[in-house]
Design a binder for this molecule. Structure first.
Ligand SMILES: *[C@@H]1O[C@H](CO)[C@@H](O)[C@H](O)[C@H]1NC(C)=O
Ligand SMILES: *[C@@H]1O[C@H](CO)[C@@H](O)[C@H](O)[C@H]1NC(C)=O
Length: 471
């Protein structure tokens, strides 16, 4: 940032002659103070103006305001079930919380977190007024009537065909533990792909990168791990490039894998895996910038920090450039987006399949420094906010035709039956003041708050459908 440089410069002054030096230090200090006051005024002024902009913005688009109206949730934790006095003595009961209920597969209120199939979002039915509504957490059927299998996914917009492609882990197989202390898993089946023109009706395009059935040494052998596939299009080569997390059953391989295809619906040719820049790499994503540069972002050093590095011009490899971000913060599940020249990121904590608190981050350059701006989740209730609505970030999709509106895509993992993990899609906006002081900008609110709003049901503003020519 420009501002930071202005402050740093005086500290790098070199002086040789004693008294002149003292004088110049005093002078520079004075100048520094003046600049600081001026900047402070400017920033505050801008923040106020920003507030007005947001106000104008929402009053132009009433639907925007509707999306920002948070919904509250009051879920009662059911009374504890009867247990024999002997069982009680053996293991005294802890007080149950909403999170315990969420993690308990025999909870009486499980249907609140994992609603029944009969409430599924079904594009084959004429849903009347319910059409195009997202219901976070409900089963979501494709145009064949099967639950969508695209977990840990991401969306590519194909400009040539005006079509959205949703890629994710196809997990329609049994959940099991490979050994006693291993995490719940489903064997690799492959990367599922779904296409849509309206972001609601999804057609299954098949498994575009299938598992390897026989060769046990292959990265994609079903006994391994393939997570968080993301696809971007390379204009130079006219190829669709997929990056994914590749691992072994114990998560010791910690690598990224790369695959490529001439068509968005595959088949993708698997190229190789590697530890990028020689570092371990687990949760990851890729981000394609406006200028065509693409970046790999991955959790590294045992998930203690993030690494960010540009891809080569054909997107098939990383380069030698890499920076560390959020060092020591232990963040994973990164999802990046850009708004008005600023980079934003949502991350989760590291707690396996269990949900935790999301954080929003912002930076003027993709290389950072990345600010931590606090928890973006609004509405629901306190527990909803502390668990990212019982889900984990995977992708943020800009809504075309509605600048400043994004779809936050997350996974509500179901470790008892991973194929039944649900999708939580919610509106995300950027605007208003941040909640906490920022580390790299002397506490100045240079950036706006990222907010994700809880809704039991919601849909995109109709102007989106108008712009994209749908409906
Ligand atoms: C849709 O909404 C309108 C107006 O609120 C109502 O009159 C109509 O009955 C609804 N239709 C369905 C199928 O729910
Ligand atoms: C994974 O870890 C378990 C338990 O430590 C071990 O028995 C197994 O051989 C490991 N598997 C691989 C593929 O490393």
């Amino acid at each position: 940032m420009k501002m930071r440089n202005k402050f740093r410069k005086p500290t790098t002054l070199r002086c040789n002659a004693g008294s002149r030096c003292t004088l110049s230090v005093i002078l520079w200090t004075l100048v520094g103070f003046l600049i600081m006051f001026h900047l402070r005024y400017m920033v505050q002024h801008r923040a106020v103006q920003g507030g007005e902009d947001i106000h104008l913005h929402t009053s132009y688009h009433p639907v925007f305001r509707e999306l920002e109206n948070v919904e509250e949730e009051s879920i009662k934790v059911p009374p504890p079930r009867k247990r024999s006095p002997r069982a009680e003595k053996r293991k005294p009961r802890r007080p149950t919380t909403l999170i315990d209920e969420f993690l308990d597969e025999s909870s009486q209120i499980r249907h609140i977190f994992f609603p029944y199939l009969r409430t599924a979002i079904d594009p084959r039915k004429d849903a009347g007024n319910d059409s195009f509504y997202y219901y976070p957490g409900r089963i979501w059927l494709d145009t064949d009537g099967n639950p969508i299998q695209a977990h840990g996914g991401g969306i590519l917009y194909d400009e040539m065909t005006g079509t959205y492609y949703w890629y994710g882990e196809y997990k329609d197989g049994p959940t099991y533990h490979a050994h006693k202390r291993g995490a719940a898993r489903v064997d690799i089946i492959g990367v599922g792909c779904y296409s849509s023109k309206d972001l609601w009706t999804w057609k299954h395009e098949g498994i575009v990168l299938p598992a390897e059935e026989t060769d046990e040494n292959h990265d994609l052998h079903k006994s391994n791990v393939l997570e968080r596939p993301k696809v971007i299009f390379n204009k130079q080569t006219s190829k669709y490039v997929m990056w994914m997390h590749i691992d072994d059953v114990n998560y010791t391989k910690a690598s990224v894998g790369v695959a490529v295809s001439d068509s968005p619906i595959g088949p993708f040719e698997y190229l190789y895996s590697k530890q990028p820049h020689g570092f371990d790499s687990r949760d990851m994503t890729i981000f394609k910038d406006d200028d065509g540069m693409a970046y790999l972002i991955y959790s590294s050093d045992d998930n203690s920090e993030l690494h960010i590095g540009p891809l080569s011009s054909n997107y098939l490899d990383v380069t030698h450039v890499v920076v560390k971000a959020l060092v020591g913060q232990r963040r994973e599940a990164p999802a990046l987006f850009k708004h008005e020249g600023t980079y934003y990121m949502i991350t989760s904590g590291c707690s396996g399949w269990a949900p935790n608190e999301a954080l929003a981050h912002a930076a003027g350059s993709i290389y950072g420094p990345w600010e931590i701006m606090g928890n973006p989740c609004m509405g629901g209730n306190k527990v909803f906010q502390l668990t990212t609505f019982f889900s984990q970030s995977t992708f943020v999709l800009p809504v075309p035709g509605v600048p400043g509106l994004f779809i936050f895509m997350a996974d509500r993992w179901n470790p008892a039956d991973l194929r039944d993990s649900r999708y939580v899609w919610l509106p995300l906006t950027v605007g208003g003041a941040v909640d906490r002081p920022l580390d790299y900008n002397f506490g100045f609110p240079l950036w706006s708050r990222v907010s994700i709003y809880w809704h039991k049901k919601w849909r995109l503003p109709s102007m989106w459908t108008a712009v994209s020519g749908q409906k």
